[in-house]
Design a binder for this molecule. Sequence first.
Ligand SMILES: Cc1cc2nc3c(=O)[nH]c(=O)nc-3n(C[C@H](O)[C@H](O)[C@H](O)COP(=O)(O)OP(=O)(O)OC[C@H]3O[C@@H](n4cnc5c(N)ncnc54)[C@H](O)[C@@H]3O)c2cc1C
Length: 400
Amino acid sequence: MSAAVNAQRKDFNVNIFESSGFAGGRCRSYFDKKMGIEIDNGNHLVLSANKNFFEYCQFIESVKTIKKIEPIFNFFNVKDKKHWNLNLLDKKYPTWIFNKKKRIPNSSVIDYFAFLKFSIVNKKTKVSDLIQNSNIFKSFWEPFTLGIMNTHPDEASAKVLSNVLKKTLFKGRDFCYIYQPKINWHNTLIQPTIDLLKKKNNKISFNNTLKRIIIKNNNVEKLIFEKNKIDIYPDDHIIFALPLSGFGKLFPDQKIPLEYNTILNIHFKLPESLLSLFKSEVVGMVDSLSQWIFVKNKHISVTVSDANKYDNLSANEIADLVWNEICIYLKKTIDLQEFRVIKEKKATYHQSPKNNSLIKNISNTLKNVSLAGDWTQIELPCTIEGSILSGKKAVELLKI
Ligand SMILES: Cc1cc2nc3c(=O)[nH]c(=O)nc-3n(C[C@H](O)[C@H](O)[C@H](O)COP(=O)(O)OP(=O)(O)OC[C@H]3O[C@@H](n4cnc5c(N)ncnc54)[C@H](O)[C@@H]3O)c2cc1C
């Protein structure tokens, strides 16, 4: 969608072909019939450092639909029941590491020296290589890495995480505000994009999967869709804004990563009386199955990243376990509420150094094609920011 909007800004007539019956892909919202409320498939956390995201919202005129949450990251350890927070609000720069009261519990200044190791990072290094025996592994590095990279620190690329640190924590408070949609992501990102594209007479064809590509002399000559075939003329340009797995199906000769990580989201519909018990809108959970709680208007939503190991648990089992942790957090015994468990099995690829280098080696020799999608921005983790940036760059890269 970002590619379409950026192409339209350059006065292209845009035709979008989408395999499913709705827009939004991995960032979609829907009306859940069982709970009777609208939910997002997942909790997409965006930070104020994500300038391409914000610029995009300005362009599609949806800034007023965004909520800006103060950079105070509240945490709760489910085992020892301790609460703490990382308060970045008071000071512009991260001087809190020198203040014992503001530091993460049981940590000393020395624990933060590891941050310096992220200034210059080798592309083969994994996050854990830089933080061996850290006192803040459980309380900071693990939730931070999982939340950003959907990959455990023992496997995640330190280079990519270091790029995020340099854009956020290292730069201080103003880059660490949390952006969330006031209603949902469809309302903030998807519907305004569709409205804008339709207003300018661009076309979207749903339920129309691209099945095959005919290539001649390094040019795409024909696109074979589920519903129709399209001849490509010399003035036409194509942007493949596919998820990595979809790209792999169309280009079977390219060597791409084959490991993906699941993200689980467990949504609980709650009455106002229970919602009001949550004192912060976002809570990090430690030593637990639950990792992040997001408090919404009519429900709460719990995220579990890097969740392949739970693929065999049923939705009921997952909801029970997570609800039990919520009760511990609230210090109350409350009956399980109505819930929906969403398992996104290919939420992102496994973002290890090895897989990053496979992506880096993907070559696009087609003259009338450029590539978009979160996975194409290997300097960034697979995120909304990367995906929006990829659309912008794909238009810039069109060989016009
Ligand atoms: C549960 C979950 C939680 C997440 N949390 C965060 C977060 O906290 N912060 C963050 O920034 N990011 C988060 N992400 C990642 C973010 O959602 C993605 O990076 C982003 O949505 C990817 O957008 P995309 O356009 O690159 O790919 P997609 O959203 O996958 O879009 C690709 C589109 O192509 C369509 N398609 C596929 N194959 C074909 C074909 N052959 N023909 C036609 N159409 C095709 C698909 O149906 C899809 O609509 C999360 C993702 C998930 C799943």
